[in-house]
Design a protein around this ligand. Structure first.
Ligand SMILES: *Cc1c(COP(=O)(O)O)cnc(C)c1O
Length: 418
């Protein structure tokens, strides 16, 4: 369910015609619906109401401060994967006690920053990381709360780039050697073991891989407790998929029921790290048609947003539905590649898409762009990044300004010796 629907022939975001926002802020721009974000967060959170839990929103999906503040106000926390994300979370007012820190390459500086901030826990991915964390915590005279990320070796049946729980993956500790890793942690005086973590991948559209992973992790928790470890937190990661085209992922209630059935007797606080499922369909990218171009082989619709703004189609071959902001009657259908201005053949938003012909100046709305959209954007081709706009009811707010040419060269210097 989302609040991007046609009223007559006008595509609206809640109560505001997208066309009107485009006239006022220019194109391209990202657009989010406050009501959709709120609804998605609440539905997910309430699905787990029967057990103690914390929803730590996975910030890498969308790290805008306004969104983080919204989720924090709804009782959410944050799953961070860098010092920069931790900085954003704290700036947005996310309580440190609801922040977890993941990632295979945490630096000494990032550990120091997170320990000073007194976050809930580190999700640790290797013995060397454990030892460094112990050293950093020791030098500060504190103990680091730790969950070890377990790789349960399950196939999430998603794109290989976003599968993280297979045996050959760089993530986590292989479940077959997990007990040894916990023994390493036990020997370290400045490490306090508090939990177990898993995260098996992203855009997962079935419940089975989550349940299979959790069954293995639950067995591990039983063994750990027999050996005297205190396991208060079970972090089940994120990864629940959304509908981009015709996928049929379980709704949060169904997902939650399946997970709760596995974990309910453990007495752990369940940490959840949803990203895409909260924000994916709560945001769109709005772009303007610049030109139609036909070659002997193909038809192209050239628009003013490119792979630097939304890289998912180029990077993963992802499908995003593309809709006109104003529907026009009697248009012929054309099979076209929707491409951006970037000087790469990989710069496309859609390939061989059958859609109504659009004239220069018309607006196209790239749907399901709220997750891994802006956060993966770049300045490639020295293109200023687009603004982010949030609609709330019949009003809209700029939650990040469009970059200027000056922003593009900020920090650059030409040494006088040159
Ligand atoms: C990316 C990531 C998530 C979020 O994944 P989604 O598919 O967006 O829900 C959660 N936890 C970790 C550790 C991640 O790396």
């Amino acid at each position: 369910m989302h609040h991007f629907q046609y009223r007559g022939d006008q595509l609206m975001c809640e109560e505001v015609p997208i066309d009107r926002i485009a006239q006022e802020v220019g194109t391209p721009f990202y657009l989010y619906s406050h009501a959709t974000l709120t609804h998605h967060f609440r539905v997910f959170d309430q699905a787990f109401a029967d057990i103690p839990h914390i929803v730590c929103f996975a910030m890498k999906a969308n790290s805008n401060l306004a969104l983080l503040k919204l989720f924090a106000d709804l009782g959410g926390g944050a799953d961070v994967v860098s010092g920069g994300e931790l900085y954003r979370a704290l700036k947005a007012g996310v309580p440190p006690g609801r922040i977890v820190f993941a990632g295979v390459g945490k630096t000494r500086e990032e550990m120091d920053y997170a320990l000073k901030s007194d976050i809930l826990m580190f999700n640790v991915e290797s013995s060397e990381e454990l030892r460094l964390l112990n050293e950093v915590a020791g030098s500060m005279g504190v103990k680091a709360r730790v969950a070890i990320r377990i790789n349960p070796d399950v196939d999430p049946k998603t794109h290989p780039y976003i599968s993280t729980g297979l045996k050959k993956s760089k993530f986590g500790i292989d479940i077959s050697v997990a007990l040894e890793e916990y023994r390493v942690a036990e020997e370290l005086p400045h490490i306090q073991v508090v939990g177990v973590h898993q995260h098996i991948g992203s855009q997962i559209t079935e419940v089975t891989p989550f349940v299979d992973g959790l069954v293995k992790v639950t067995e591990l928790i039983v063994k750990l407790r027999q050996r005297g470890f205190t396991i208060d937190y079970l972090d089940v990661g994120g990864g629940l998929g959304i509908t981009y085209k015709d996928e049929n992922p379980p709704v949060p209630r169904v997902f939650a029921e399946a997970l709760i059935a596995v974990v309910k007797d453990l007495g752990c606080t369940i940490v959840l790290e949803p990203g895409r499922v909260i924000v994916g369909n709560a945001g769109v990218l709005v772009t303007r048609v610049l030109y139609n171009k036909s070659t002997p082989a193909k038809h192209f619709t050239v628009v003013d947003a490119g792979m630097n703004d939304l890289i998912r189609p180029s990077l993963y071959g992802s499908y995003h539905s593309i809709l006109p902001a104003s529907r026009k009657a009697g248009k012929e259908t054309v099979v076209t590649d929707v491409v951006g201005p970037v000087c790469e053949s990989g710069d496309f938003l859609a390939k061989d898409r059958s859609m109504p012909v659009t004239d220069p100046g018309e607006l196209l709305v790239v749907m399901s762009a709220g997750a891994y959209g802006y956060t993966m954007s770049s300045n490639y081709n020295s293109r200023p990044r687009p603004p982010e706009i949030m609609v709330k009811g019949d009003r809209y707010f700029t939650i990040r300004e469009r970059e200027s040419y000056e922003d593009l060269i900020r920090g650059e210097q030409i040494p006088p010796e040159l």
